[in-house]
Design a protein around this ligand. Structure first.
Ligand SMILES: [Zn+2]
Length: 138
């Protein structure tokens, strides 16, 4: 285990409900969702914040964020979607590994239980046309 929760998720040492993975990025469900379907997109390579992010990762993170935005809309039909990114503890960044929040919004906000998080992940994966990228297919 490293001293970074998100690096542990990237390496597979930390648990996460992963919905998307490519060469440079990973997307997974927020373990403390602000709303149902709250998803995070991160670069696999550790960058603490936007100031450490290099251009290939920045491009890849935005590509994945837009792809996930469409998948969340297809899967959950929220009335809106908040995309949020914080840099520094004073700006409410809690994990010091760059991440983008995708927060589905409705008139009526609610928080999913941990079991529901898996259901939302499954729906988002289905919208992406993918199975769990972390489940071995054998
Ligand atoms: Zn990290």
């Amino acid at each position: 285990m490293s001293d970074c929760t998100f690096c542990d998720i990237v390496s597979g040492e930390g648990p996460a409900e992963v919905v998307f993975e490519d060469e440079l990025t990973l997307a997974f469900m927020d373990i403390v969702p602000y709303t149902d379907g709250h998803t995070l997109v991160i670069p696999k390579r550790h960058s603490a914040d936007i100031f450490e992010l290099e251009q290939p990762e920045a491009d890849a993170v935005w590509r994945t964020t837009i792809r996930l935005a469409h998948a969340i809309r297809d899967a959950l039909s929220p009335a809106g979607l908040t995309v949020r990114q914080a840099n520094g503890r004073v700006a409410d960044q809690h994990i010091m590994h760059f991440h983008i929040h995708l927060i589905p919004r409705d008139q009526r906000e609610k928080r999913g239980s941990l079991t529901q998080i898996g259901e939302f992940a499954e729906r988002i994966r289905a919208a992406l046309g993918r199975s769990d990228p972390r489940t071995p297919t054998s």
